[in-house]
Design a binder for this molecule. Structure first.
Ligand code: GLU
Length: 318
């Protein structure tokens, strides 16, 4: 699945994530799912969702399931899935995997500051874990605001990443994170797991900036007793000067490249070669050929460097 947040237009980095998901799914005879992660109400805009969908169509990466085409596991916008998230929270609470927390922001800030000055890693101290059910109900009835926190179990979290190999995290460094906020909203890591579970996602291909989220997500899958998807975290696209690719390096969104006269075939071909290499010297691949050729073992874990000359060359060819 490809799960963009509609907070801007389709960046070439995200377009490459979408492409890898698309060709991987098609190569396996699978389904490519588009999910719109619009839980950030302030930053998510419908115009961005429309432009992302339009740019995906332009590249030829139309979804088999998604907000526009529907599917058996919808709705495909997070903003329309609150009832599903709520059910999951109630289940985690009932099974002791989650608990209500009444700590004020002031207390949490002071706790964090104290931990930092003592050279400790900031982590919630579980003050509310010991509250009895009776106390909780009384405080809720009295109108006190509460968040819901996921109770992190002890031990190691291990998983096999299709690109990065075996990864392992110690759960001890992860604090009991909030899954439902006082404003009724749900946290990113929680919503993603509910969706990947509910949409029966088998493979998640995304940027390596999500590696640390994966530990939290795996622990949530474990609490629900559901087999997690297989993860593949690809590297990020870097600028030729080494840093993050940004505006000062010129066009960075698919829309900008289109307006500059680049062809979708050239973009797709170029993005595929950023981090993936074919089995031979060949460099020209149209989408159906990529579907045939693409396997994850030829995706590199080192950063891909954006090379405008190569893109220009490919555009000339097409
Ligand atoms: N919405 C997330 C993002 O745009 C994607 C998360 C994911 O793929 O799990 O970074």
């Amino acid at each position: 699945r490809f799960a963009p947040s509609p907070t801007g237009s389709l960046h070439i980095g995200s377009a490459r994530t979408a492409l890898f998901n698309f060709v991987f799914a098609r190569h396996q005879g699978g389904v490519f799912v588009l999910r719109i992660e619009d839980t950030d109400m302030k930053r998510s805009l419908q115009v961005h969702e429309h432009s992302i969908t339009r740019d995906l169509h332009w590249l030829g990466l139309s979804a088999d399931e998604g907000p526009d085409v529907g599917g058996a596991y919808g709705p495909y916008r997070q903003s329309e899935r609150a009832h599903i998230y709520e059910e999951g929270v109630l289940r985690l609470l009932a099974e002791g995997h989650a608990y209500r927390c009444f700590c004020s922001q002031e207390r949490l800030d002071a706790l964090k500051e104290d931990q930092l000055t003592r050279g400790r890693m900031p982590k919630y101290d579980r003050r509310c874990l010991g509250l009895t059910e009776e106390e909780v109900q009384q405080r809720l009835a009295a109108g006190e605001q509460a968040t819901v926190r996921f109770r992190i179990p002890q031990g190691q979290v291990d998983y096999q990443d299709m690109i990065r190999g075996r990864l392992s995290f110690s759960a001890d460094v992860i604090g009991d994170f909030i899954i439902k906020r006082t404003d009724g909203g749900f946290s990113y890591n929680y919503a993603v797991v509910m969706d990947d579970m509910g949409m029966k996602i088998t493979h998640v291909i995304r940027g390596e900036d999500h590696v640390t989220n994966t530990a939290r997500q795996l622990l949530l899958f474990q609490a629900f007793g559901v087999e997690p998807p297989t993860y593949a975290h690809h590297s990020m696209i870097h600028a030729p000067d080494g840093g993050k690719l940004s505006k000062r390096h010129g066009a960075t969104s698919i829309g900008e490249f289109r307006d500059l006269g680049y062809l979708p075939e050239a973009m797709v071909n170029y993005l595929a070669l950023l981090g993936w290499h074919p089995s031979d010297e060949r460099e020209l691949f149209r989408l159906p050929e990529l579907v045939q050729e693409f396997t994850m073992d030829r995706v590199s874990k080192s950063p891909a460097v954006f090379d405008r000359d190569k893109l220009n060359w490919l555009n000339g060819v097409y």
